[in-house]
Design a protein around this ligand. Structure first.
Ligand code: SF4
Ligand code: SF4
Length: 438
């Protein structure tokens, strides 16, 4: 089997983003493959752990993809502050003629694919485009680890998750995909406070969970437990009508959100202050400004860092994107010949300053995090953990399944990803999830 077929069989999806099926991503030709170990979201430590403890496997996975796409070289990008990991990787790649290590400053959002590509190869990905358009394939380090295991015939079954914040003993927890979030919180000693919420993912881009009975997926890199009254939770859960009312009356058009926007600085036609200004009118009356929202990654800098009035342009952009898609308004912003806006500050904001601004500094763990492994007796495995069509269940209630057995198949020729049982047991429920009890 080719590596593309092996990766497809293993159900590998992009572990650091929206879950694009990796077999489709690497079935191409490119000049360079970038292993994204930037892990720029504050507090998260999962990728650092992977690069430290699975360095050889990561490099092997990177080489497999470099060979597959016939790239000239591969780059492992990580923050220079992770000195021990940097030294380990540099020593390992010293023997590899076409693999190098790129050191990044401790800046958010260096892990944004467009920002990372610019840092690595000095090219700007087109508006609304993907790195491949400038010859790059970007894969998260966990994804590349999974590619390596796929080459050995092992499907994606487990996930390392950073669990931090208001918990007794912050840790990295290894769990089978489908484990409930509540079990991870319990595993780190439980919350230190009664009234708390959990952010799924990084604190900047992650969503606040409605329920702890939510399963870990192939994409879950972090769980951040915060007081319900914490600024991040309040802002992320505030209803959009209230936001927009505030935005219309309070936005002074100072343009800080625009000058600090990473995509604007890259040269893209994204000026969040214009979207904020346009909120007073209808989408039909100002398609040019509203459609800029399509270029927004929702990194959160404009709202959580730039805006002195604590308005949230990225939430406006999210709302606008939904409305545009509902009305089938296409993205007209597709420029390819783009130059970085020089003369502005460097792209991104220093993470230390960001942590203070969003009042998360107290939750940063400076030493090594302990590592735990959970063996749950029940898992609820979503059939859709990826971009594309949901997997189709091929098991029924009552079936006995082994850990690693295929339970969800890609429908026909659709873009999608296979799903496997992550524990041995019996199928007790099949809906949009497959529930398995040991
Ligand atoms: S930073 Fe805030 S006040 Fe200034 S233009 Fe942007 S949204 Fe408006
Ligand atoms: S969230 Fe704000 S800062 Fe980030 S890309 Fe979107 S508009 Fe720019």
């Amino acid at each position: 089997m080719s590596i593309v077929e092996l990766v497809r069989e293993a159900g590998v999806v992009g572990a650091g983003g929206a879950g694009f099926p990796t077999h489709a991503k690497i079935d191409t030709r490119a000049d360079v493959v970038i292993a994204n170990g930037a892990e720029c979201e504050p507090l998260l430590r999962t990728d650092q752990y992977i690069m430290d403890h699975y360095a050889e496997e990561l490099i092997a996975g990177l080489k497999l993809v470099v060979n597959q796409v016939a790239a000239q070289h591969g780059i492992i990008a990580l923050k220079r502050k992770h000195r021990a990991v940097v030294e380990k990787l540099q020593s390992l790649v010293a023997q590899e003629p076409n693999i190098e290590v790129l050191l990044l400053d401790n800046v958010y959002p260096t892990g944004d694919e467009h920002v990372l590509v610019n840092l690595a190869i000095r090219k700007v990905v087109p508006e609304g485009g993907i790195p491949l358009q400038v010859g790059a394939v970007v894969s998260n380090v966990t994804t590349l680890l999974n590619v390596y295991y796929a080459s050995l015939g092992h499907p994606v079954l487990d996930r390392f998750v950073t669990v931090v914040g208001e918990v007794q003993s912050p840790a990295i927890v290894k769990v089978p995909v489908g484990t409930m979030v509540s079990e991870l919180i319990d595993a780190v000693g439980g919350p230190t406070i009664q009234d708390y919420r959990v952010i799924h993912g990084g604190p900047m881009m992650g969503d606040v969970l409605e329920s702890l009975a939510t399963p870990v997926t192939k994409l879950t890199g972090g769980l951040i437990v915060l007081p319900s009254s914490h600024k991040m939770i309040v802002q992320k859960t505030r209803d959009l009508k209230t936001q927009f009312r505030k935005a219309r009356s309070a936005c002074c058009q100072c343009v800080y959100c625009t000058t600090m926007c990473p995509r604007y600085r890259l040269g893209h036609n994204l000026e969040p202050h214009k979207v904020m200004r346009a909120l007073g009118g209808s989408i039909e009356d100002n398609v040019e400004d509203f459609t800029q929202a399509y270029l927004c990654t929702e990194c959160g800098i404009c709202g959580f860092y730039a805006c002195v009035h604590e308005l949230m342009p990225f939430q406006a952009n999210r709302w606008v994107k939904e409305k545009l898609r509902d009305s089938q308004t296409p993205n007209p912003h597709r420029r390819t010949d783009i130059t970085v806006r020089d003369g502005l500050m460097p792209i991104g904001v220093p993470t230390e300053r960001l942590l203070k601004r969003v009042r998360l500094g107290q939750y940063e763990v400076h030493g090594a995090l302990s590592v735990l492994e959970l063996q749950p007796s029940v898992v609820s495995i979503p059939l859709r953990q990826h971009i594309g069509a949901p997997a189709q269940a091929i098991v029924q209630v009552g079936d006995k399944v082994e850990r690693g057995q295929l339970v969800g198949e890609i429908p026909g020729d659709a873009l999608g990803a296979k799903v496997h049982s992550t524990i041995t047991g019996y199928v007790t429920e099949v809906t949009d999830h497959v529930v398995i009890k040991s």
